[in-house]
Design a protein. Structure first.
Length: 397
C-alpha cells in the first residue's frame, strides 16, 4: 500500500463520512445476515445474491440510493473476501464495524485520469459523488493501480492508499546473517551488539495522556466536552503510533538491505498478548501484571516488526524456535536457566562468558538461523554464510 495524506474541504468531509457510513451499514448488514444463517437454513448468500439484495434496498431507501453504488458494492466484495479468508483459516471471522473506529471505503476501476497533478507537492484524486479531493504528494504514485482506499483514523486524519504490491528489495549478497531478539525492555537486540528501542511518548506527553484519560472518564457520553477530550486523546495516541510505525519501517528497511538472512523468534504475539482475566467460573490470576506485559509487547511492535521484515525480505527471514534462546550461552552452548542474573546481564557459570542477555539471545537466534539456511543449501543467499562457530547444544536442548 502507498499511503498519502488526504486534505478534503469541510463539505467534502461530510460526503466522505457519508460514504463511510454507507459502507459500514452494508458491511454490518452482511455480518448480521451471515450470523443468522445456519446449516439447517442452507448455504449463506454469496456476493451475487447480496448485490441483488443491495439493488432492491437502494430502490426502497432513497437515503441509501443517494450514496455511491460502487462504495456499497465494494463493501460487499470486501466482506466476501473476508469470509473466504476466514474459511481458509488465515484470518478471524468478520465482525461488526463501529462508527469513529472503522471509517473507510474502497474505490475500484481507477483510470489514469482519476489522479492529476496540481503543483509540486499536491495532487488530487477523483472520488465518486465527492469530486476532486486533494492529497499530499509525498512519493510517486505506482503505475497500473486499479483501486484505492480512503480511511479516517480516530484523530480525524484522512488518508488515501493505492492498492499495489511493491517489489521487494534485492538481497545485499554479502552472506551476512543477523539474529534479532524482540523484548519489552529492549524492543530489538541484534546479534551485532546493537540495542534498538521503539520510540515512546515524552514524559510531558505521557502525563498529558493520563490527564486526558481521567478527563474522558468523567465526561458524560454524547456530550460536546467528551467529543473534544476524545479528539485530543486520539491525536496524542496517533502521534505515538506514527512514531512507532516510522521506527518499524526504518529499522526493517535497514536490516533487509544489510543482511542476507535475518533470524527472528517464532512467537505467537496474538496469544502472548491475550488477556488473563479468565471467566466468571474460572477467573485469572495476576491480571494487572499481565495487562502491563501486554502493553509492553504491543508498545514494542513485535508483530508489525516481523510482518514488515517478511514483506521487505521475502524468503530471507528465518523463524527460529524460541525455546532456550535466552538460557543458552552463545560462547559454549551450555543451557542454564540461572545464568541470566538480571534483565540485562547474562553470565555463564560454565565458561564465565558475560554479555548482555538480549544480545546473547540474538546470537543464539543467528546461529540457529544460519544452520537452518545451511540445511536447505541456502536457496535465498548469494554468498556463503558468515557466522561464528557455536556449540551444537543449542539445537539439542
Amino acid at each position: 500500500m502507498s499511503r498519502y495524506r488526504l486534505c478534503p474541504t469541510p463539505d467534502q468531509v461530510e460526503d466522505l463520512r457519508r460514504h463511510c457510513a454507507h459502507a459500514r451499514f452494508v458491511w454490518n448488514l452482511a455480518v448480521e445476515q451471515h450470523s443468522w444463517w445456519t446449516p439447517r437454513r442452507g448455504p449463506a448468500p454469496g456476493y451475487v445474491a447480496q448485490a441483488r439484495q443491495l439493488t432492491e434496498a437502494r430502490a426502497a431507501n432513497p437515503w441509501l440510493a443517494a450514496g455511491s453504488q460502487t462504495v456499497q458494492q465494494q463493501a460487499l466484495r470486501n466482506f466476501a473476501q473476508a469470509m473466504a479468508n476466514f474459511f481458509r483459516g488465515t484470518h478471524r471471522r468478520p465482525t461488526w464495524r463501529r462508527a469513529a473506529r472503522h471509517e473507510g471505503f474502497r474505490i475500484v476501476a481507477v483510470r489514469i485520469g482519476d489522479v492529476r497533478r496540481l503543483s509540486r507537492r499536491c495532487r488530487e484524486v477523483r472520488v465518486p459523488k465527492v469530486g476532486w479531493v486533494r492529497f499530499r504528494w509525498s512519493r510517486t504514485v505506482p503505475e497500473g493501480v486499479k483501486s484505492y482506499r480512503v480511511t479516517c483514523d480516530r484523530a480525524g486524519r484522512w488518508h488515501l492508499a493505492f492498492a499495489t504490491v511493491p517489489d521487494p528489495g534485492p538481497a545485499p549478497g554479502n552472506g551476512a546473517v543477523v539474529g534479532v531478539d524482540r523484548g519489552v525492555a529492549v524492543s530489538a537486540a541484534l546479534s551485532t551488539g546493537e540495542l534498538l528501542n521503539a520510540p515512546r511518548l515524552r514524559e510531558s506527553e505521557a502525563r498529558r495522556l493520563v490527564l486526558l484519560q481521567r478527563r474522558l472518564a468523567r465526561c458524560r457520553r454524547g456530550s460536546n466536552r467528551r467529543r473534544k477530550v476524545s479528539s485530543a486523546f486520539a491525536r496524542l495516541k496517533a502521534r505515538d503510533a506514527d512514531r512507532r510505525r516510522d521506527w518499524v519501517e526504518k529499522t526493517t528497511t535497514r536490516l533487509a538491505a544489510g543482511f542476507d538472512v535475518i533470524g527472528i523468534e517464532d512467537l505467537d504475539v496474538r496469544g502472548m498478548t491475550a488477556s488473563a482475566k479468565g471467566t466468571v467460573e474460572a477467573p485469572g490470576s495476576q491480571v494487572r501484571q499481565k495487562a502491563g506485559l501486554n502493553r509492553g509487547i504491543l508498545r514494542s511492535a513485535w508483530g508489525a516488526f516481523a510482518a514488515r521484515l517478511e514483506d521487505k525480505a521475502p524468503g530471507r527471514v528465518v523463524r527460529v524456535d524460541p525455546a532456550y534462546t535466552s538460557q543458552c550461552c552463545s560462547a559454549c552452548g551450555m543451557v542454564d536457566r540461572e545464568a541470566r542474573e538480571s534483565q540485562a546481564v547474562f553470565r555463564c557459570r560454565a565458561c564465565g562468558h558475560t554479555d548482555n542477555a538480549d544480545v546473547n539471545a540474538a546470537r543464539n537466534i543467528r546461529t540457529a538461523a544460519g544452520r537452518a539456511v545451511a540445511a536447505r543449501e541456502g536457496p535465498c543467499m548469494n554468498g556463503p554464510v558468515h557466522r561464528e562457530p557455536q556449540s551444537d547444544l543449542l539445537l539439542s536442548a
